[in-house]
Design a protein around this ligand. Structure first.
Ligand code: FAD
Length: 412
């Protein structure tokens, strides 16, 4: 059986759902016909079960969710980050003087980010996509074959169905089979680090404060969730992380408490623990004939600033502008001109962000005493410069630079 669409989106996880909504959702002025394809059935993995994974959603991403009809569904589950502190300490649980702080004065335009559990975001996007008449779910059947061009792209599913469209958008994750099939190479390297992710409950309120503690083995982030709960992203050297993951739960909890500190009173682990190998990879190009990459298919970054998913949303927003502009003019939405515009728009921002995350991770992991002194002095200087801090906040909120419409909160 062969079916034709305007766009085939491969991957119905966070970035694929966002792409489907931005291209064919109910809020889109001239929606395109979208096939949303995934090997898994997203309804099965959008369970309401709490799995401890959460994301920091920047102010720009929040506007985008507003324009896509998603934010109102999740706003009550989101915790604004109203205060951010950065420390640099060699000893887990030891004294951690605050070197840099961003508070209400630096965030006059509102919080730079909100923390939200992935399960709520996911369920809201899924609900919106299921209600969209121009998005067809083709799920539970993996893509096994790809052909790109010249005039049309096509995918063959394991069950035998063939889908055709002028453009494929690959949101199929860090091992992206579509990227491989198109021969796009990756540049980057694995870190000898893993990210341990868990959620804790604490006795005292966090008051919206996010904490980033740099330690020689990697950053330890405490990110506020609604209630007296926080999401932890704890980076450790791979060997130590594997040791932690193998510990009996009460011993793991003790290690975690040692790093967390006692400033929020008693701390209790309330989720499972997940370990992710950390890496920095960038696709050499974000497009190939009749193919655009978004999300982890295009880039994987160190999670120290919690930007991974936000970068994916920036891809989706820029791609939506490129495609809707072309479609509005009656042009071929999968043409080289459209895809070149997308790659140029996104690649510089991604390379710059990736390099900044990589540099920060290396700088703070270095225990050379001279370098340690310099970086601490540098942070203290930045802390006294209001203008520079506001600039950092705008950057972290994703509201600076050449923003596509969705990130400005405008409909496409
Ligand atoms: C430790 C850690 C902490 C993080 N914290 C944050 C944070 O705080 N904020 C943030 O913004 N980001 C964070 N991130 C990054 C974020 O989680 C990822 O960027 C995001 O989940 C990637 O989503 P995706 O949709 O691109 O890919 P994936 O979630 O990998 O989804 C890919 C989809 O494609 C489907 N697929 C693959 N191959 C095929 C095929 N052949 N046929 C059909 N379907 C296929 C899969 O079934 C899957 O559903 C973190 C990452 C890590 C590792």
């Amino acid at each position: 059986m062969t079916k034709a669409y305007d766009i085939i989106v491969i991957g119905a996880a966070l970035n694929g759902l966002a792409a489907a909504l931005a291209l064919g959702g109910r809020q889109v002025k001239r929606p395109l016909e979208i096939a949303l394809v995934d090997a898994r059935d997203p309804r099965a993995f959008a369970s309401n079960a709490f799995d401890g994974r959460a994301s920091a959603i920047t102010a720009a991403a929040r506007r985008m969710f507003g324009a896509l009809g998603v934010w109102d569904k999740v706003a009550h589950e989101a915790q604004p980050m109203t205060d951010i502190i950065v420390t640099d300490s060699a000893i887990p649980g030891g004294a951690r003087p605050v070197l840099l702080q961003f508070g209400a004065d630096d965030m006059k335009g509102g919080p730079s980010a909100h923390m939200i559990e992935n399960r709520f975001l996911y369920a809201a996007m899924l609900e919106e996509a299921e209600a969209a008449p121009h998005i067809s779910f083709v799920v539970g059947d993996p893509v096994e074959g790809y052909s790109f061009g010249p005039g049309l792209a096509a995918v063959r599913l394991a069950g035998g169905t063939v889908l055709r469209a002028p453009l494929i958008v690959a949101a199929d994750g860090r091992n992206s089979p579509a990227r491989e099939a198109a021969g796009i190479k990756l540049i980057g390297w694995p870190y000898d680090q893993m990210g341990l992710v868990a959620t804790v409950e604490h006795e005292l309120p966090h008051n919206g404060r996010a904490e980033e503690h740099f330690t020689p083995s990697g950053p330890f982030a405490i990110l506020p969730l609604p209630g007296n709960r926080s999401s932890l992203v704890w980076s450790e050297r791979t060997e130590a992380a594997q040791r932690m993951l193998a510990l009996p739960l009460p011993d793991f909890e003790e290690e975690l408490k040692l790093r967390f500190g006692s400033h929020l009173g008693e701390v209790k682990l309330i989720s499972g623990r997940h370990g992710y190998p950390l890496a920095m990879y960038l696709a050499e190009s974000f497009s190939a004939p009749r193919l655009a990459l978004v999300g982890d298919a295009a880039h994987v970054l160190h999670p120290l600033a919690g930007l991974g998913f936000n970068l994916g949303l920036r891809d989706v927003a820029a791609l939506a502008d490129c495609i809707h502009d072309a479609s509005g003019l009656g042009l071929d939405i999968g043409s080289e001109a459209v895809l070149d515009r997308y790659t140029q728009w996104r690649r510089f921002d991604t390379v710059a962000t990736g390099a900044a995350m990589d540099g920060m991770n290396r700088l703070f992991a270095n225990t050379n005493p001279v370098l340690t002194l310099l970086r601490r002095a540098g942070l203290l200087v930045v802390n006294r410069m209001g203008g520079m801090k506001s600039m950092f906040v705008s950057e972290a909120a994703g509201i600076s630079g050449n923003l596509p419409k969705l990130l400005r909160g405008e409909k496409v």
